[in-house]
Ligand binder design. Structure first.
Ligand SMILES: [Zn+2]
Ligand SMILES: [Zn+2]
Length: 282
């Protein structure tokens, strides 16, 4: 396949990677789960796998529908770019690193701003961890404002199609950190986000909450004080369990609660904004 086709049509990237994702899940299920090499909370249960896949489909569809609008906005902003950046190996690596830096702040905001947590909670509400957990995404990310975090890359002068491609590549690479099959990876742990680091991110153990926001590089967490190594066995999920395999409930339950808290009682606009923008409740 011509790789430039994927840059011109980045929405195909995750579809092209789908066979790799499926092989990994079949291997984790066949070699890990069926040979009892994995803990009970790594189990593939049909209702949850169906829920995870449906969430991925809903997310892809929402991205396709809103992507056109977002790319139009990026192209308009691109007219005000600071530099003209040709894509070469060096500038592509720079774009990957800068996008990963923006991803760190997007992800940190998704945990610390309730408006954004309402979308991101779908990714965290499973009490299991296996490759299929990576498919738990929310169709509400465009409304939550994910696209705002990549605006600096367009303003700097990276072409919007390359920005979108790298955002989706980062998301695709994160599939591989959602597993209990892989233990620690030696020196790789020092620089890159790994399954061990990301297991911590999904933990409800008090010391693991709001830690390891990394996309590809763990160095951002080490730099900005949110790094925590995996020591104690991780308990997965969220502090307020959703207890549902219904993708609609998983997607909207926190939005419903947020709406009730912000709009069902008399408050000033400032108080409402405070509810929407404060950290999530325990
Ligand atoms: Zn998260
Ligand atoms: Zn995750």
């Amino acid at each position: 396949m011509d790789p430039t086709m994927l840059v011109d049509n980045p929405e195909w990237l995750l579809i092209v990677l789908a066979p790799v994702f499926i092989i990994c899940m079949l291997a984790e299920y066949g070699l890990g789960q069926r040979n009892h090499r994995l803990p009970a909370n790594s189990r593939y249960s049909l209702p949850e796998v169906v829920c995870n896949f449906t969430l991925a489909g809903m997310h892809q569809l929402a991205d396709l529908l809103t992507g056109l609008l977002i790319v139009k906005f990026y192209l308009w902003l691109f007219g005000w770019r600071l530099f003209d950046i040709e894509i070469s190996v060096a500038s592509f690596i720079a774009l990957m690193v800068l996008q990963d830096f923006c991803y760190y702040w997007f992800h940190r905001a998704s945990h610390r701003v309730r408006w954004m947590w309402a979308a991101h909670v779908a990714h965290h509400s499973s009490e299991n961890m296996n490759f299929s957990t990576a498919f738990r995404q929310s169709l509400m990310y465009p409304l939550a404002g994910m696209w705002l975090f990549w605006v600096p890359l367009v303003i700097i002068g990276f072409e919007p199609k390359w920005v979108v491609f790298v955002v989706l590549l980062n998301l695709g690479l994160q599939f591989f950190v959602h597993t209990q099959w892989i233990d620690k990876l030696g020196p790789i742990e020092k620089v890159f986000n790994t399954p061990s680091h990301h297991r911590v991110h999904h933990g409800t153990n008090p010391q693991y909450i709001d830690k390891n926001y990394a996309g590809v590089l763990i160095v951002w967490d080490k730099l900005f004080g949110t790094y925590e190594p995996e020591v104690e066995t991780v308990r997965y999920g969220v502090t307020k369990p959703v207890n549902s395999f219904n993708p609609i409930t998983v997607t909207f339950h926190e939005w419903r609660e947020l709406w009730a808290d912000a709009f069902h009682q008399p408050m000033t606009i400032k108080q409402r904004l405070k509810v929407l923008l404060s950290p999530p409740r325990d």
